[in-house]
Design a protein around this ligand. Structure first.
Ligand code: 9MR
Length: 392
């Protein structure tokens, strides 16, 4: 047994080495392919000239559009430069953390029977003082749930928890919110359900009707605000995104046919150039299909991750700006699109620095302003897309 055992160990080792070399070759070939794809994305002759210095807010407004950004309380309250840029460039504010159930240092739902509105109130007042519209984000999501949720919410009381949360939060801000993300990211094809729904805690506790229920509770709680279904992964010409677009359309059709009070689709537009192919016509067609259901559309969380892009800032910024302009010029052709929100305004404050950092540790550059709050090519690209957009 001893010798046989040794032999087979050696053979396995050799086989393993062979397999590793094979895998190595495939990975290397893939890397070459991607780096060629990425080079093809860059057009050194492409210029992003935007006429004049008028802010994004004003350019958007001239077309009947809204431009806004997401921000977090600690950034907005402590960073005067950021605050000044938000007031200058934006017509709308979205709290990145403060109206989730549990995110940031002072969460909205610290315990099952309490609500802490301090952060949210500060943000709403800030928006009012600076003449910004305000968006609510988000009432029903499988993430950012409190640590107490698991052991407290069960099949018997889930409906009551959902109703109490939606009513209390929406009534607290009633009349002050332009639009609410009522349900966020409810589709996930990876969960392999025939209806495409994500198996979230809410789905497990309440069944598939939790979405309709959430919208009805929302409509009762604040009849003035626009009620939005918000999701990601709807942007590219890939089989995954195509399947997700179909699943989202099916969900929206179903809700509309049931009389669910839903008013808009939020398309997050977290873009990742390099490996994904983008097709303007496919995006236009999807937006047209959504609009034909009588829904408005908001681009709700736009940014462009640069983790696969060359480190050279000139090249990187040019590619990112091109991605923004290509996407927005197609999206804004659809008149049902009423707003564009970027997920942050300055590279200083992007979630991507933490969630999708670059392998070379170079600071990420996904947003309109650089870390010094200077306008960069992305700003020009957005400005150009607004300037060329048809009027609403
Ligand atoms: O940018 C947000 C990050 O700071 C939070 O830690 C995270 C969890 O609350 O959520 C991020 O924002 C997400 C948004 O709420 C929903 N769409 C995807 C966004 C990026 O993950």
């Amino acid at each position: 047994m001893g010798n046989n055992w040794l032999l087979s160990r050696r053979r396995i080792f050799k086989l393993g080495l062979g397999a590793l070399t094979g895998i190595g070759a495939v990975v290397a070939a893939k890397n070459i392919y991607w780096s060629q794809q990425i080079q093809a994305l860059d057009n050194p002759n492409r210029t992003f000239i935007a006429s004049g210095k008028v802010s994004l807010k004003e350019r958007a407004a001239a077309k009947g559009l809204i431009y806004g950004t997401a921000v977090r309380y600690p950034d907005l309250s402590l960073d005067v430069k950021l605050a000044a840029s938000v007031a200058l460039e934006c017509g709308m504010l979205v709290p990145e953390w403060e109206l989730k159930w549990f995110a940031g240092k002072q969460p909205l739902r610290p315990s099952p029977d309490s609500f802490d509105f301090q952060m949210g109130d500060w943000m709403v007042n800030y928006a009012k003082t600076h003449d910004l519209l305000f968006r609510g984000h988000t009432l029903v999501w499988h993430e950012s749930l409190p640590p107490w949720f698991r052991n407290t919410v069960n099949r018997q009381n889930a409906r009551e928890f959902l109703a109490q949360h939606i009513k209390t939060v929406m009534q607290h801000y009633a009349g002050k919110i332009h639009s609410w993300d009522v349900v966020n990211e409810a589709i996930n094809l990876g969960d392999n359900r025939s209806d495409g729904l994500r198996t979230t805690p809410w789905l497990k506790l309440l069944g598939t009707d939790y979405i309709d229920l959430a919208f009805r509770l929302a409509a009762e709680s604040d009849p003035q605000t626009l009620l939005v279904y918000n999701d990601f992964g709807l942007d590219y010409d890939t089989p995954q995104d195509e399947a997700k677009r179909i699943a989202v359309l099916k969900l929206l059709e179903k809700l509309k046919s049931k009389g669910t009070p839903i008013h808009a689709l939020g398309i997050q537009a977290h873009l990742l150039p390099g490996k994904n192919k983008f097709n303007q016509e496919k995006l236009r067609r999807f937006l047209r299909d959504v609009a034909s259901l009588g829904l408005k559309i908001m681009i709700t969380e736009m940014d462009v991750a640069d983790k696969d892009l060359p480190v050279d800032i000139k090249i990187r910024d040019r590619i990112i700006a091109g991605v923004y302009e290509d996407y927005l010029s197609a999206a804004l052709d659809e008149k049902a699109v009423i707003a564009v929100i970027t997920w942050g305004l300055s590279d200083r404050n992007s979630w991507l620095s933490e969630f999708q950092p670059r392998d070379d540790h170079a600071p990420v550059r996904p947003l309109p302003l650089d870390a010094q709050m200077q306008r960069k090519l992305v700003w020009n690209a957005i400005a150009r897309a607004f300037d060329h957009a048809p009027k609403r």
